[in-house]
Design a protein around this ligand. Structure first.
Ligand code: ITT
Length: 208
């Protein structure tokens, strides 16, 4: 790696895996908050993401952790699923949509996916999109960029890769769900891949 690692302000290992791959193509290392030595402060971290837009939440996260990590380049991601037939739900509330608290990782993903399946039962219009706001802050410069991927919600989940709602999100461009795609395939079309490529473009950093 050619420079100090950048800090991705996340506690989500799925996001870290995807962005590590993307930034590695340009020789930039990425570490998460645990690796940067920032102890988890659940209450504060939840409160930061209380805006109604992905952009505001991502920028608030990047700013907050940039203040805790002076001199570091900090990236943040706020993302979620937007389902047309549900009036845009769950949107910025994607992580806690099922209402389950006190669990994380695979358990919260399973609860959210069960909730999605139940809400979409007997719904004819299946179109949806994933949205990601990517933010950068280094104490002087702040940049935010958006990426989206269009798809449809499947009746049943398929695939074992990825995280979150990936098993239920079918992408026509790939011909499969995001959980059936490899990390590299997901990266090429995903909301996150597109948002961070646009962000890097604005920062003058080339990633592919
Ligand atoms: P942070 O620590 O980065 O905040 P998080 O999981 O809390 O991690 P968000 O607040 O951005 O992240 O919530 C996004 C939720 O939306 C996430 O928990 C998933 O349920 C869903 N989501 C976002 N991107 C996704 C993706 O690529 N595939 C599947 N689900 C995704």
């Amino acid at each position: 790696m050619v420079s100090d690692p950048w800090v991705l302000a996340t506690r989500n290992p799925g996001k870290l895996r995807e962005l590590r791959l993307l930034f590695a193509t340009n020789g930039i290392g990425v570490i998460d908050l645990d690796e940067a030595g920032v102890p988890e402060d659940h209450v504060t971290e939840e409160a930061i993401e209380s805006f109604d837009t992905f952009e505001e939440n991502a920028l608030a996260k990047a700013r907050h952790f940039s203040q805790l990590l002076p001199g570091r380049r900090v990236l943040a991601d706020d993302s979620g699923l937007v389902v047309d037939a549900l009036g845009g739900e769950p949107g910025v509330r994607s992580k806690r949509w099922s209402g389950r608290t006190g669990v994380g990782g695979a358990e919260i993903d399973a609860a959210n996916n069960a909730h999605l399946r139940a809400r979409m039962m007997a719904v004819g219009v299946r179109s949806a999109r994933f949205v990601c706001a990517a933010a950068y802050c280094d104490g002087r410069t702040e940049v935010v960029a958006i990426g989206e991927v269009l798809g449809r919600i499947e009746d049943e989940g398929r695939g074992v890769h990825g995280f979150g709602y990936d098993p239920f999100f079918h992408v026509a461009e790939l011909g499969c769900t995001l959980a059936e795609a490899t990390l590299e395939q997901k990266q090429l079309v995903s909301h996150r891949g597109r948002a961070f490529v646009a962000l890097c473009d604005r920062l003058g950093v080339r990633v592919v």
